[in-house]
Design a protein around this ligand. Structure first.
Ligand code: SF4
Length: 116
C-alpha cells in the first residue's frame, strides 16, 4: 500500500495559490519532460520553465508544496526534480546543477527540506 502520510492535508488554503500561478496557461510540457528527453533539449526546457517561475507570484508556496509532497517530477517553484532531491538530501549536494537564488521564505523551505 502506498504511504501518503507525508502529503499535505487537503485544505483549501493549501491549493489557492495555484489560481495565481504564472504557469496556469502554459504548456505542461515545458514543466514536465517527455520520456527519454536528453540534453541539450532537457536543459533548454528546464530553463524555459525556470524563466516562467522567476516571475511567478506564488513561487514560495509552489516550492514548499513540491518539497513537502516530495514531488518526483517536473519543475516546481523554479527547481527541477534533481535540484529538489539535492536540497532534501544533503549527501546529494554534489549535484553539478546550480540551485536557484533563495526565495523569500527560504527559512521555511530549508526547514521543510531538512526535516521532511
Ligand atoms: S513557481 Fe513555477 S511551477 Fe510553481 S506555480 Fe509558479 S510558474 Fe508554476
Amino acid at each position: 500500500m502506498t504511504d501518503i502520510s507525508h502529503l499535505p492535508q487537503p485544505l483549501r488554503h493549501n491549493w489557492e495559490w495555484q489560481f495565481s500561478a504564472s504557469c496556469r496557461d502554459s504548456d505542461p510540457q515545458i514543466f514536465f519532460h517527455p520520456p527519454g528527453e536528453r540534453d541539450p533539449d532537457h536543459q533548454a526546457r528546464d530553463q524555459a520553465a525556470k524563466q516562467i517561475c522567476l516571475r511567478c507570484p506564488v513561487r514560495d508556496p509552489c516550492l514548499r508544496f513540491a518539497l513537502e509532497a516530495r514531488e518526483p517530477y517536473g519543475v516546481w517553484g523554479g527547481m527541477t526534480e534533481r535540484e529538489r532531491r539535492a536540497r532534501a538530501n544533503p549527501r546529494a549536494r554534489s549535484v553539478h546543477h546550480a540551485l536557484p537564488a533563495p526565495v523569500e521564505d527560504s527559512a521555511v523551505l530549508l526547514s521543510v527540506a531538512e526535516h521532511g
